[in-house]
Design a binder for this molecule. Structure first.
Ligand SMILES: [Zn+2]
Length: 215
């Protein structure tokens, strides 16, 4: 009965009113933003994107792990660096603004942080952050969150990636970190730098206020 009443109340909400309600979007992967419609729009505007809308269209629907893998292979054609994502982020923020989203967290994979030298990482993220600042326009707050895969093999890269994540956080370029993968058998204590990641998570607030890392 309660559920019936609630869903009725939801139906009563006018669509325009739903659009007006301020929203937050807390789970969006940078490499998952692009869809065939956005891709066609960007390409029509002359933006060069190294995947085709047809190939991306064929990757849908994503219903299970196998179809996810096929989709991943197609969008992975974008992987190269953060700069490729600038027009995609801009188109995404345009959409969010139209839905009255006032705060969003964009997640990126750690592969974005170890493709180049450590100093270059800082420079690239600073550029990307400045680009996002330009998109914010005073009505949408964009924060970046770095991904940490618990199942990453415990090789020399683990410590370096953790260091880079901490470096980006200390530079105020990312708001926090998200851990992916099962905790069991994959403690985040495998490297001296990685042990600091959970405390960084604890200091990270997801409320739509100014992130203390950015002044
Ligand atoms: Zn996710």
């Amino acid at each position: 009965m309660e559920t019936d009443k609630r869903s009725h109340a939801l139906r009563e909400l006018d669509r325009a009113e739903i659009c007006r309600i301020p929203k937050v979007e807390l789970h969006c992967h940078l490499d998952g933003i692009i869809d065939p419609t956005m891709l066609r729009d960007l390409q029509a505007r002359g933006v060069t994107i190294p995947i085709t809308a047809e190939a991306l269209q064929r990757a849908y629907p994503v219903e299970d792990f196998e179809s996810f893998s096929s989709w991943f292979d197609v969008q992975n054609g974008l992987a190269g660096g953060l700069d490729e994502y600038r027009p995609i982020l801009a188109a995404h923020v345009e959409r969010l603004r139209a839905q009255n989203v006032v705060y969003t967290e964009i997640m990126f994979a750690s592969s974005e942080i170890w493709r180049c030298e450590r100093s270059e990482v800082l420079e690239r993220f600073r550029g990307f952050r400045e680009f996002a600042d330009g998109l914010e326009g005073g009505d949408v707050q964009i924060e970046f969150v770095a991904g940490w895969n618990r199942r990453r093999p415990h090789d020399g890269q683990v410590d370096e990636i953790a260091r880079r994540i901490l470096m980006l956080h200390e530079a105020g370029l990312i708001a926090g970190v998200f851990l992916a993968g099962p905790e069991e058998g994959n403690p985040s204590t495998m490297s001296p730098a990685a042990v600091r990641l959970p405390s960084m998570m604890a200091s990270f607030s997801t409320t739509p206020t100014q992130n203390p890392a950015r002044s």
